[in-house]
Design a protein around this ligand. Structure first.
Ligand code: 5GP
Ligand code: 5GP
Length: 260
């Protein structure tokens, strides 16, 4: 009996060791990133696709819904156009960023009712998804959630793309089309770098601006990509946000998990 217990103990110890080695291997197998992309989403475009409402979806805030670009994420990228993801195990803990909640709710809300997957199985929040998938790869610049989220908010507030476009005459409209080149030029003139722009059909969906690891601005690698699946036509729109309480909207009852 004693030897059986001993064997069992050895097996558990071996499996635990093998598992730990695996996690370390995942961490090591992804080399250090080259630069950051701050990815901003346009609510007017994203919210047009919303079919269901729930409390966590900022598209459903009616007159308080965001009308400026909001944050999708701060993404560590490689110069060859690829990127690392889920670099080490660090389960998202909302308590660590509790003091940033006001800013996160306002500038980095989820525009969806969906619960994205976490890196290690299960479902989580939009913030949890961004931290685990991208934030964990931002080492050696950031080692913890708090600094990752704080720096992202600060970059967002420092580089106000909605304002840059507004000053150049590019404002939300459901009737105007704007030259993509004009929008890119407005950002180039302001910041002396080329952003990456992505569209859904002819509507601007996301704009990314990029940074070296010391947060000096630089071109995004995708800014030279002309054949991307999400590349934009020559003339693009910046749809206005339309409140989602109209006909056809379904107020979705939260699932047990969402209600928690
Ligand atoms: P999509 O296929 O919708 O463009 O991107 C899906 C997801 O892949 C994004 O939400 C993001 O998590 C990741 N992703 C897409 N493009 C990039 C990129 O250029 N850099 C990084 N780091 N992640 C990206
Ligand atoms: P990614 O494309 O970053 O890998 O995955 C984004 C995940 O987060 C998807 O499962 C998507 O449904 C969920 N999600 C929740 N809120 C948002 C949001 O505001 N924007 C985007 N792009 N995805 C969101």
């Amino acid at each position: 009996m004693a030897s059986r217990t001993c064997l069992l103990f050895l097996l558990v110890a071996f499996l635990a060791g093998a598992f730990a080695a695996d996690v370390i291997e995942v961490n090591r197998s992804q080399r250090e990133f080259d630069y950051f992309a701050l990815s901003l989403q346009w609510p007017g475009t994203y919210c047009r696709g919303t079919r269901h409402c729930c409390s966590k979806n900022a598209c459903c805030r009616g007159s308080n819904a965001p009308t400026q670009f909001t944050i999708h994420g701060l993404w560590p990228d490689y110069n060859d156009g690829s990127w690392p993801s889920c670099c080490y195990r660090s389960d998202f803990n909302e308590k660590e960023i509790s003091t940033l909640m006001d800013g996160l709710d306002k500038y980095w809300p989820s525009l969806s009712c969906g619960s994205p997957s976490t890196c290690h199985g299960g479902k989580g929040s939009f913030w949890g998804h961004e931290w685990e998938k991208h934030g964990t790869c931002s080492s050696p610049v950031f080692h913890d959630e708090y600094n990752y989220f704080l720096a992202t908010l600060n970059l967002y507030l420092k580089y106000n793309l909605t304002d840059v476009l507004y000053k150049a005459g590019y404002v939300a409209s459901n009737s105007e089309k704007y030259p993509l080149g004009g929008i890119v030029t407005a950002i180039q003139n302001e910041y002396h770098i080329t952003p990456e722009v992505q569209c859904k059909k002819d509507a601007i969906d996301e704009i990314r601006i990029c940074f070296y690891k010391d947060f000096k601005l630089r071109d995004c690698v995708g800014s030279k990509e002309l054949t991307s699946r999400k590349s934009c036509p020559k003339y693009v729109s910046l749809p206005e946000y339309t409140p989602l309480d109209g006909e056809g909207m379904v107020l979705k009852m939260p699932t047990e998990r969402e209600a928690l």
